[in-house]
Design a protein around this ligand. Structure first.
Ligand SMILES: *Cc1c(COP(=O)(O)O)cnc(C)c1O
Length: 709
């Protein structure tokens, strides 16, 4: 699978995981704070890991301490919390864009990760100034003399891959700054030689270097800078002596004083396998060369993409010249895609298309608002205004007034290949340059009430994400059709859905005679019947909690059957516990679609109506309305049943799964996108009943009344 998110986390290799598994199966470790033989062994393993880390950065324990942390963020926070800032004399009102002189200052680059920017609130109250500057302020301007001051320097931007000159370290130090290097992004693809570079502190996470183990990072502290940070509190594992009734405590030696609580010693033992993995790849310098080469090719590919009218398809957020020099540019490209008319495609749309092609990349601002603002031309006012319009980090709002709120990021690592770039190119060619169909003209805004639509098809999906056979009539419950999404398949505790497991579409599930769940495979020769009245306890069921919904396990027999049908291991069928008021529906109880809208798409892409219906997985299909007019409905009634429209249904790559083969083909989503021209790719509406009473039924043939107010 084309994986282009190595800056998010690089992936462990198969060999690496096998080695870890082999080692783990033999390794018995114990709390290194104890004194028995197993504890002593564990302590030795932890200390060997410290030495291995120092060796990796070409230094020794004469020179640097290794404080083991959870991640980069944790390491940075240890520095900020414990840094001896000296005397605070005035309070801070604004973040300065230049460096201040004197005592007690904090500085960082505008192109900093949120974990760095957030430190300002850790030190606020202890410092006289906080400065957010650009690199020129350090390299080209006179730096004012300071004391008791901390500069947190980004070694490499996680937004665009720009490497900041490590000359800054020395220049800042000369003027009295202590420099903490945020090396998280940098070390993932570059060698850091601590015999050459001398930051006072360095923070990073191991999963960014070799993918596994996660949850472990390190803070390296130059021994002659150890006095710059002072621990003023203690916790388990950090003290030599303490009295619980007075304020008396004496801390342990430096590293242990900062390692609060019990370390992740099993994870630490696995670091060795990570370092071996890097060696297997020829060392980090080889990885740097490989990733730089690939990234440059990706940049050229992106730059070459043009619309038929000659306009560029890709807007790139870095200086291209930098890409010639791996000392200035890491293996990351941030960009957005543009329409033939110069407007932008939203990154959410791009991400959906990537999902169809199996391409994994990152979109948004990547926890780096400073870089995002600079490259996308977003202002501080716009951020607050967007927030008031409902924009939140990580949501799907990708354009506001046509301006992108974030970008698309591709990043390379040691397992990347040219194939990853080819896949991306194919995706862009297919979805964003050629073959962009002309949008069909939309229906005029007519009055829905002048039509008399009826219900034609009804579907309930007893097992979530599994196919269904429609029925003429369903009993209603407070949570939708009776038995709708009452079952769920999990595999090793992970819920299976169509997005991640398209093979699910080859199963169908139906409730027969109201008392049996019938599951069929596509070829229909291996059916399974599960009595609905089955006492799950008798079946050795256990109560597990999934998405805070209490569920019952339907037992080994079904599990085995599913394993066989889906060609997996450890599948389990779960059923909502009887007393639970919920089912496994994500959004609203009913999804309604308009048959005419389906016809439109069907004509557009030459796909059978029936197949489109299967892919859209709706509960209720209505006939007798112009296409897409359902989008304007607010309420509706089906005979005496009243419903309100909750939302439009936003579509994703799930509809691209061919129910016959499980393969993905983008044409349906593309058709929807083109039809929707620049709007969200929605199809169908979510509705909720407002006058539920028990004993009600919904039947095909019933008449439907829409209302638009
Ligand atoms: C990933 C990253 C971080 C945060 O790392 P965590 O492991 O999430 O703590 C900080 N800074 C940069 C530049 C990063 O790339």
């Amino acid at each position: 699978m084309p994986y282009l998110d190595h800056a998010g986390s690089t992936l462990p290799s198969k060999i690496q995981l096998e080695e870890v598994a082999k080692q783990q199966s033999q390794l018995i470790l114990a709390n290194p704070h104890s004194h028995h033989a197993t504890a002593v062994k564990t302590k030795q393993i932890v200390n060997s890991a410290r030495l291995r880390i120092l060796q990796y950065f070409n230094t020794t324990s004469d020179d640097y301490f290794v404080v083991l942390t959870n991640n980069t963020t944790h390491g940075l926070k240890i520095v900020a919390e414990n840094f001896k800032f000296g005397q605070k004399t005035h309070s801070i009102l604004n973040i300065a864009s230049v460096l201040h002189g004197g005592s007690s200052n904090l500085g960082y680059l505008y192109d900093s990760h949120h974990s760095v920017v957030g430190l300002r609130h850790v030190v606020n109250g202890k410092v006289n100034s906080i400065s957010c500057v650009n690199e020129e302020s350090i390299l080209e301007h006179e730096i004012p003399d300071v004391e008791h001051s901390l500069f947190v320097l980004t070694a490499m931007s996680n937004f665009c891959g720009k490497k900041y000159s490590l000359e800054s370290v020395h220049r800042l130090q000369e003027k009295g700054w202590a420099v903490c290097l945020d090396a998280a992004s940098f070390v993932s693809s570059s060698a850091l030689d601590l015999s050459q570079q001398r930051p006072n502190f360095i923070a990073f996470s191991f999963y960014k270097i070799f993918g596994y183990p996660t949850g472990i990072g390190a803070l390296l502290v130059r021994k002659d800078s150890a006095h710059l940070i002072e621990k003023t509190s203690f916790a388990g594992g950090t003290v030599q002596s303490v009295d619980e009734m007075s304020m008396f405590f004496v801390l342990r030696e430096f590293e242990r004083a900062f390692e609060e609580g019990t370390l992740n010693y099993y994870g630490i033992a696995q670091l060795q396998k990570g370092f071996e993995e890097i060696e297997r790849c020829g060392g980090i310098s080889s990885i740097r060369n490989l990733t730089h080469h690939l990234c440059k090719n990706a940049l050229y590919m992106l730059k070459s993409k043009k619309h038929p009218n000659g306009r560029p398809v890709v807007e790139i957020y870095s200086q291209s010249e930098q890409f010639e020099n791996p000392d200035k540019q890491g293996p990351i490209v941030a960009f957005n895609l543009k329409r033939p008319d110069g407007g932008y495609y939203g990154y959410t749309e791009v991400e959906k298309m990537c999902a169809i092609f199996g391409i994994e990349l990152r979109t948004g601002c990547f926890c780096n608002i400073g870089a995002c603002k600079k490259y996308l031309g977003i202002t501080s006012e716009m951020i607050q205004e967007n927030m008031s319009k409902g924009k939140r980090c990580g949501d799907e709002i990708d354009l506001i007034n046509g301006t992108p709120t974030g970008a698309i990021r591709i990043s390379f690592g040691r397992t990347s290949t040219e194939h990853d770039i080819t896949a991306l190119e194919q995706m862009i060619d297919t979805c964003f340059t050629e073959g962009e169909h002309q949008a069909q003209s939309k229906p005029d805004p007519m009055n829905i009430e002048s039509y008399s639509p009826t219900v034609v098809n009804l579907f309930s999906f007893p097992i979530k994400s599994v196919g269904s056979v429609g029925r003429k009539r369903y009993e209603l419950t407070a949570r939708g059709f009776k038995n709708d999404r009452e079952f769920l398949i999990v595999n090793d505790d992970v819920t299976l859905n169509l997005k991640t497991h398209p093979e699910l579409c080859m199963l169908t599930a139906t409730i027969v005679d109201d008392d049996q769940l019938l599951i069929q495979t596509f070829d229909q020769n291996e059916n399974l019947v599960l009595p609905m009245s089955l006492s799950l306890k008798d079946n050795g069921a256990k109560l597990v909690c999934k998405n805070t919904i209490a569920t019952m396990d339907c037992g080994d027999k079904v599990g085995k059957w599913l394993d066989n049908a889906l060609d997996r291991q450890n599948c389990r069928l779960l059923r909502v516990a009887e007393d639970s008021k919920k089912n496994f529906v994500n959004d609203s109880p009913f999804l309604l679609i308009n048959e005419a809208s389906v016809y439109m798409l069907s004509r557009y892409i030459n796909m059978e109506v029936r197949e489109i219906l299967t892919r859209f997985r709706s509960n209720i299909v209505v006939r007798g309305l112009p296409p897409f007019i359902e989008d304007t409905a607010k309420r509706l009634s089906i005979e005496n049943l009243e419903f309100e429209v909750v939302d439009k249904c936003t579509r994703c790559e799930m509809i691209c799964v061919d129910p016959m083969t499980g393969e993905k083909d983008p044409s349906l989503l593309l058709a929807l996108r083109d039809y929707r021209n620049k709007q969200k790719m929605t199809f169908g509406i979510y509705i909720r009943q407002t006058n539920f009473e028990s004993g009600q039924y919904l039947e095909s043939g019933m008449s439907v009344n829409f209302s638009t107010d």
